[in-house]
Design a protein around this ligand. Structure first.
Ligand SMILES: [Fe+2]
Ligand SMILES: [Fe+2]
Length: 243
C-alpha cells in the first residue's frame, strides 16, 4: 500500500484497518468526515503530516488480523452478522451502563461540575436516537441487504424493496450517523477529551473511560457501515439491476 498525503483518510481505514487506532488516537475523523485527503485532515487537526505518515507506516507494518480481511472480502451477510453481534450488542449493553454511571456521578458532583449537565443531556439523546437507529437497521435495511445478496447468489431477480432503492435507507442511516458523530464530538469537547477533573472519584473516572470506549466502538461501527457495507450493498444492487 502506497502512503500518500493526497489519499483520503477513509481509504486508509478501508484498505488498512490497522490505521484506525492511529486515527482514533490523533483525533482524525475516519468515518463520517473521512472523505478528504490526509494532508487536509492533518492541517485541520494541526498535526504534522510527516509524523502522521510515519505513524501510519508503523501501524501498517503490523500484521492484519484475519477478521479485518474477512470483513472486507466476505459476504455481506457475514459482515452484517459481525456488526450486529459486536457493535449493536455493545451499544445496547453500554447505554444503560453509562446512563447509570452518569446519574451516579451527576448526583454526587453535578453541583460542582456543570459539564455533567450537558454530558447527561447529550448522551441521553444520543442513546435514544441510537436505539431507534439500530432497530431500523436490523428490521429494515439489513434484512433487505441479506435478501438481495441471497437473490444474487441464487441468480434470482431482486424483489423491489418498498423504499425504492437501497440508496434511500442508506442515506437516512448516513444522516443519522452524522448526527451521532456530532453528539460524540460534543461529548468529547465538554469532557475536555475525557480528562477527569482533579477531584474526580473512581466513578467519574470510570464514566469518562466508558464514554471514550463508547466513542471508539461507535467510530469503528459507523466506519464499517458507511465505508464498507453500504457501498458494497449499493454496488451489488446497481450491478444486479444492470445485468
Ligand atoms: Fe449499526
Ligand atoms: Fe448505523
Amino acid at each position: 500500500m502506497t502512503l500518500t498525503a493526497t489519499k483520503n483518510v477513509r481509504d486508509y481505514a478501508i484498505e488498512a484497518p490497522q490505521t484506525i487506532p492511529v486515527f482514533e488516537k490523533l483525533g482524525i475523523d475516519f468515518c463520517c468526515g473521512g472523505n478528504r485527503p490526509l494532508e487536509e485532515a492533518c492541517a485541520a487537526a494541526n498535526l504534522d503530516l510527516d509524523q502522521v505518515l510515519q505513524a501510519l507506516e508503523t501501524a501498517i507494518a503490523e500484521p492484519v488480523r484475519p477478521s479485518d480481511r474477512e470483513l472486507r472480502s466476505g459476504s455481506l451477510a457475514e459482515l452484517i452478522s459481525h456488526i450486529v453481534r459486536t457493535h449493536h450488542a455493545f451499544v445496547r449493553a453500554q447505554i444503560p451502563e453509562i446512563e447509570r454511571l452518569l446519574e451516579k456521578v451527576y448526583s454526587k458532583h453535578g453541583a460542582n461540575h456543570l459539564e455533567l449537565v450537558h454530558l447527561r443531556s447529550v448522551f441521553h439523546a444520543l442513546g435514544q436516537e441510537l436505539m431507534l437507529h439500530l432497530m431500523k437497521e436490523e428490521n429494515i435495511l439489513f434484512p433487505y441487504i441479506e435478501r438481495m445478496e441471497e437473490s444474487v447468489i441464487q441468480r434470482e431477480p431482486i424483489l423491489p424493496p418498498p423504499f425504492g432503492t437501497v440508496a434511500n435507507p442508506v442515506h437516512m442511516m448516513e444522516h443519522e450517523h452524522d448526527d451521532a458523530g456530532t453528539a460524540l464530538r460534543a461529548l468529547r469537547q465538554t469532557s475536555r477529551d475525557y480528562t477527569p477533573p482533579d477531584d474526580a472519584c473512581t466513578s467519574f473516572r470510570a464514566l469518562y473511560t466508558a464514554l471514550a470506549n463508547f466513542e471508539n466502538d461507535l467510530h469503528q461501527h459507523i466506519h464499517l457501515e458507511n465505508n464498507v457495507l453500504f457501498p458494497r450493498a449499493q454496488e451489488m444492487e446497481t450491478a444486479h439491476q444492470c445485468s
